[in-house]
Design a protein around this ligand. Structure first.
Ligand SMILES: [Zn+2]
Length: 333
């Protein structure tokens, strides 16, 4: 399935079909539908009755197999296929989801088999950043000499985190993000409540979790940021800890809040939390800009380790104390 904002990218991709590489690397922001785009490409290559513009027919045996996840010439390599990782849990859990070498070996065996159907076989790797080092090295070997009838589709939100040797073996294809109006129209057509606000909270990308529990937590978190105080910050860290949330989420909420504070101070614009304009304006007037930048750097530095951390609460407390300092101008606590 393609999203409405992907039609232009689809035509651009079709223009390259005549000289298709052995591996594509689809890049772009998280939440714009890269995975669905890559899946659509896979289906279109396996479809036995392709339609105009290389659209899959949706009716043939291959399309039916694809839809039910049982096409014999298609493999998906993603951390969620591990038995111990369950879809939803993996998103918020503290365990770092990885694609491991055993899974790569399995698809390499698959790549060397003969195709069941017309000849083309497709292997989807998503997100490619979750390949651990030995898995990445194993994949690299087959990317260097891919069997002729096998096409690899890699999807990455952060291609700079991939091994450079893997990147260089793929042809990169950057997917564009939808314009605000396109994203909004799509969310509204899906009946999403508070579409405008949700789109802002999610940085303008339309595909995000509609988890009411997370929304409630985020609102609580943001409200507390709007009334910075020592006790409140400690309670916030405790709250996040109790919910067993990955540190990634609160760091993301805080990062966006800091960007809005800075944006308001520097250019009078609010991007992520337009509903918090009053609180942001009040805080913006009394914040120390250099300390704000320092806090942003602390959050950015912590983010790559957010899923490994053994002590979410302690880490979050430390960064919230940095946040507090923006308004008190001195080391809190
Ligand atoms: Zn078909």
């Amino acid at each position: 399935m393609l999203y409405p904002w992907q039609n232009a990218d689809w035509r651009r991709l079709n223009g390259e079909r005549a000289r298709q590489p052995g591996a594509w690397l689809f890049t772009g922001a998280a939440g714009i539908g890269k995975l669905e785009f890559a899946e659509h490409l896979a289906q279109s290559l396996l479809c036995e009755d392709p339609q105009p513009e290389h659209q899959p027919c949706g009716r043939c045996q291959a399309c039916r197999w694809f839809a039910s996840g049982t096409h014999p010439d298609f493999r998906r390599l993603s951390p969620l296929t591990d038995e111990d990782e369950e879809g939803k849990e993996a998103k918020t859990s503290r365990k770092l989801p990885q694609i491991k070498i055993e899974a790569v070996r399995e698809v390499i065996d698959f790549a060397h088999l003969t195709a069941h159907r017309a000849g083309q076989r497709v292997i989807l790797v998503e997100p490619a950043e979750s390949l651990n080092l030995s898995a990445a090295n194993a994949l690299l070997k087959i990317l260097e000499e891919p069997p002729e009838t096998v096409l690899f589709l890699l999807v990455a939100h952060a291609p700079q985190r991939l091994l450079p040797t893997i990147r260089s073996r793929c042809r990169q294809f950057a997917l564009r993000r939808p314009a605000r109006a396109e994203a909004l129209a799509w969310l509204e057509s899906r009946g999403v409540a508070n579409a405008e606000l949700e789109l802002a909270h999610n940085g303008g990308v339309p595909l995000f979790d509609h988890d009411p529990e997370l929304t409630r937590l985020r609102n609580q978190f943001v409200k507390a940021l709007g009334q910075p105080g020592f006790a409140g910050m400690l309670q916030l860290a405790e709250l996040v800890d109790k919910q067993k949330l990955s540190l990634l989420l609160p760091l993301d909420w805080l990062q966006k809040w800091l960007l809005d504070l800075a944006g308001l101070r520097l250019s009078g614009t609010i991007r992520y939390y337009p509903d918090q304009e009053r609180a942001l304006s009040a805080l913006g007037a009394r914040c120390d800009l250099p300390l704000l930048m320092q806090c942003q750097q602390a959050v950015t530095a912590l983010a790559p380790f957010a899923q490994h951390t053994l002590n979410t609460r302690l880490q979050l407390e430390a960064v919230l104390m940095d946040y507090l300092r923006i308004f008190t101008g001195r080391k809190a606590g």
